[in-house]
Ligand binder design. Sequence first.
Ligand code: NAD
Length: 484
Amino acid sequence: MKSILNYVGGKFVKGKREFADVNPANGSVIAEVAEADESLVDAAVSAARSALQGPWGRLSVRDRAALLHKIAAGIESRFDCFVAAEVADTGKPITLASKLDVPRAAANFRVFADLIKTAGMESFQTETPDGKTALNYAVRKPLGVVGIITPWNLPILLLTWKVAPALACGNAVVVKPSEETPASATLLAEVMQQAGIPDGVYNVVHGFGPNSAGEFLTRHPDVNAVTFTGESQTGAAIMKTVAATVKPVSFELGGKNAAIVFADCDFEEAVSGISDAAFLNTGQVCLCAERIYVERGIFERFVEALKKKAESLRMGSPLESTTNIGPLISRQHREKVLSYYRLARQEGATTVTGGGVPGFGNDLDGGFYVQPTIYTGLAETVRCVKEEIFGPVCHVAPFDTEEEAVRMANDTKYGLAASIWTSNLKRGHRVAQQMNVGITWVNCWFLRDLRTPFGGVGLSGIGREGGIHSLNFYSDLNNICLRL
Ligand code: NAD
């Protein structure tokens, strides 16, 4: 059986215990994962601290950027290994991992390598009322040791989204990938070694959250900052833990995202875009739309077209190039999603399509599949419309006026993303600007320049990452004031 090891101070290390890595497409155990105990997490943090004192801490920005490009090239040269690891761990279709996850992992390093070379600093020449003049300018310094905790839905994409800017700014990192998807973080360690990243700059500790590697990392007094992507409740628990040592945090959390479809939209484009927004990655993207509001004049036609689209999606083996929908991540997560499917019916939903578990008649029946599902008819106040389900499911509701649509879309404790579908340019801008979210798409979804801000409001997160926003989180600014 394959072993997935921790990576500490440049060495691949076993743990005292192991846990199983399961392929969600058929429920088989594909690897044993070495769990890091508290002493190993401590060793990883010490290794990171030591690396900051070594050659890594003295590298010029240009040399750091060159190393980041080498990491990107290393990912690209092992493209198939990364795709295979992501597909086996998550069950996502091979076409998706090849088009999205792995190319984005490499792109994350390239973008931040280039950005750090051109990121400017603030400077002001001041004259005080009593006639003193001074030059103020800020210099960027690494935060130190950054703890990085990531989820299972886009494992290598989200991990590198944090590792790349953290390294670009000169930090050393200890990453704790999700226990469901450990493989690609350890694979990245091999790439780091080959790229010549000094020992201790990138460390991986495997394990769970509470009373395991996740908690050991967040409460460690020698970790200078914590960046986390995952559920809002987990974010709340981590916030409590880090409060004791007053660390800066960056949180990218859950969502219950809305899409607003106006009658003047490009109908085909909207149906196709909403189908992606509801069902891509089996609905397991934080940006997925679970609440769809459609202008009444096209409501029935839209629901019918979305149903047709959902029923045309092919569920099957992630290894088949024709598969659009893979399994959910785990048996436990499928139980959660199915409990919402049951709840929706109790809450009075009409099932337009789906609502159950598919049968394959082969080993995929041991996997964690659910049908893509569309509901209508729910009240805006019920749990299925309020809570993040994180599966291939959406609720479609009609609206009569723009104001009503905006009010319903914003009536949530979350605030991550929204999409507006209209051919009226003015309305697109007007409605987008009223959305209480971190990102609003107009006539598209899941499209973004990596230099732009990304994050959420309310339960969806704290802070912004992306471009200069990431560089600002992963560095301390020292303001130098020189009397002239
Ligand atoms: P999760 O919160 O259960 O786990 C995420 C990570 O946190 C895992 O590595 C886990 O081991 C760790 N963890 C759990 N409890 C912890 C604790 N007490 N201390 C330290 N670490 C702990 O999330 P998940 O189920 O892996 O991912 C799905 C969630 O992530 C969804 O809510 C989704 O919306 C969210 N998400 C958000 C974004 C975003 O950018 N906003 C992106 C992807 C996923």
